[in-house]
Design a protein around this ligand. Structure first.
Ligand SMILES: Nc1ncnc2c1ncn2[C@@H]1O[C@H](COP(=O)(O)OP(=O)(O)OP(=O)(O)O)[C@@H](O)[C@H]1O
Ligand SMILES: [Mg+2]
Length: 405
């Protein structure tokens, strides 16, 4: 699947943009603060329903406007065309309208995955260096791209957690009210959903670890071992690992080859464990008016030779690990879906040394690529490898105007 045309209305500094792009390499260049990243962001947002820069839809609306509209015309290798459209309106109520070929997608899961993208941006460093929320977002985004059921699962959990927190908040302000029945209901439901979610996240973190380790050892000159491990505040990961090891089914479990009855048993054990954690925290949670235990506190531990990278690694080591993790993401998506994702490279090329650039380029064969840079001569050397003989398209960006060369 590749993008043929990008159409923007009131997105960031673009009042309007209608841009035909090429099927292989698209180089978007220009001075700082002209709107290069905004184009990359618009593609990512329309495909993934989330921005890599902001969690607030309203940030992306052009100053002084009431909403934005992004349309992407896509074409697959058989010449089949489809259009996806992501519109955000602020009035009368903030609303996101996702459409494919003029029909509204009722579920986000129907829409995500029509066009898969992988973005490489300076913000990737946050995966290694930043708060746990960055790693959860990274993992969630990856799983969402390959598994529609995960999108719905995450939506259900978020909704249930909000409901539970509303009950807890109410209990704090209406002391004496008996909220135990309501909390029992939400805890039971949440424990079941959380067990399923932890299984997803545990499996994908394991896959990430394997792929990232491989990429890391080819990029880094040292023989240090990169590892990612899923950690849960509920202690569910230890319970899961104890069960898998006692029953000697770790490999089958990771490769999704356990029987349905084994899967249900594992889910049941995790759910019971999580429920008991919710129960022990209840008194405290009622007092605080908010839930203190849940998958929203989980994290991925990223370590190099057993040492947590967030606390002990240098900036250079963190950058290499972030790149290895993104390459792992790309490889996992490729292994799950048949089409090659569109690759978005925001400002990363100029920041990497030759060895890292080569690793990146070699992972990108056949993909449609969008690259931003300030100086187009920067990437000339690697272009041949990227385009494999096909010609690159250049776009010059100046103050929200794009000139196709
Ligand atoms: N919601 C918005 N409405 C209007 N303009 C915006 C909005 N958000 C950001 N901008 C403007 O967009 C410009 C930045 O665009 P962008 O991040 O794409 O720059 P860039 O060309 O990638 O620059 P750099 O080379 O520094 O990365 C800034 O001038 C900023 O003020
Ligand atoms: Mg930029």
């Amino acid at each position: 699947m590749f993008i043929k045309n990008i159409s923007l209305q009131d997105f960031r500094n673009y009042e309007r943009l209608d841009l035909d792009v090429g099927p292989s390499v698209n180089i978007i260049y220009g001075n700082n603060a002209q709107g290069k990243t905004n184009i990359i962001e618009s593609i990512y947002v329309a495909c993934s329903v989330a921005s890599h820069r902001t969690g607030k839809d309203s940030d992306m609306v052009r100053f002084g406007s009431d909403g934005y509209h992004i349309k992407l015309l896509l074409e697959d290798t058989d010449g089949y065309k489809t259009e996806i459209s992501d519109e955000y309106i602020e009035k009368p109520r903030p609303k996101r309208i996702l459409m494919q070929d003029g029909f509204e997608s009722r579920r986000i899961s129907d829409y995500i995955g029509v066009c898969n993208t992988v973005i490489f941006a300076p913000e990737d460093l946050n995966i290694v260096k930043g708060a746990p929320s960055y790693r959860r977002k990274f993992l969630n985004t990856l799983i969402m791209k390959v598994s529609p059921t995960y999108v719905n699962l995450l939506g259900n959990i978020t909704h249930s957690m909000n409901q539970k927190n509303a009950v807890l908040k109410g209990a704090k302000f209406e002391s004496g009210a008996d909220v135990n029945m309501d909390l029992d209901y939400w805890d039971y439901y949440l424990a079941d959903l959380s067990a399923e979610l932890i299984i997803y996240r545990y499996r994908f973190t394991h896959m990430l670890s394997e792929f990232a380790m491989k990429h890391h050892s080819s990029i880094a000159s040292s023989a240090e071992e990169l590892k990612t491990t899923y950690t849960s505040i509920t202690g569910a990961v230890s319970v899961l690992e104890a069960y898998l090891s006692e029953n000697n089914i770790f490999d089958e479990f990771i490769s999704r080859n356990v029987s349905q009855s084994d899967y249900e048993r594992i889910k049941g054990i995790l759910s019971t464990h999580i429920l008991s954690k919710f129960k022990s925290a209840r008194e405290y949670d009622i007092e605080k008016g908010v839930s203190s235990v849940g998958i929203n506190k989980d994290d991925i531990d990223i370590s190099l030779n057993g040492l947590s990278m967030r606390s002990f690694s240098s900036q250079g080591q963190q950058r290499t690990a972030a790149l290895a993790l993104k390459l792992a993401e790309l490889e996992i998506i490729r292994s799950f879906v048949s089409t090659t994702p569109v690759l978005l490279l925001d400002d990363v090329f100029s920041e990497l040394d030759l060895k890292r650039r080569v690793s990146l380029v070699s992972a990108m064969k056949e993909a449609q690529i969008f690259i931003t840079c300030t100086d187009k001569s920067f990437i000339a050397d690697e272009l041949d490898a990227l385009t494999e003989g096909k010609s690159a398209r250049y776009f010059h960006v100046s103050d929200g105007n794009v000139i196709s060369e």
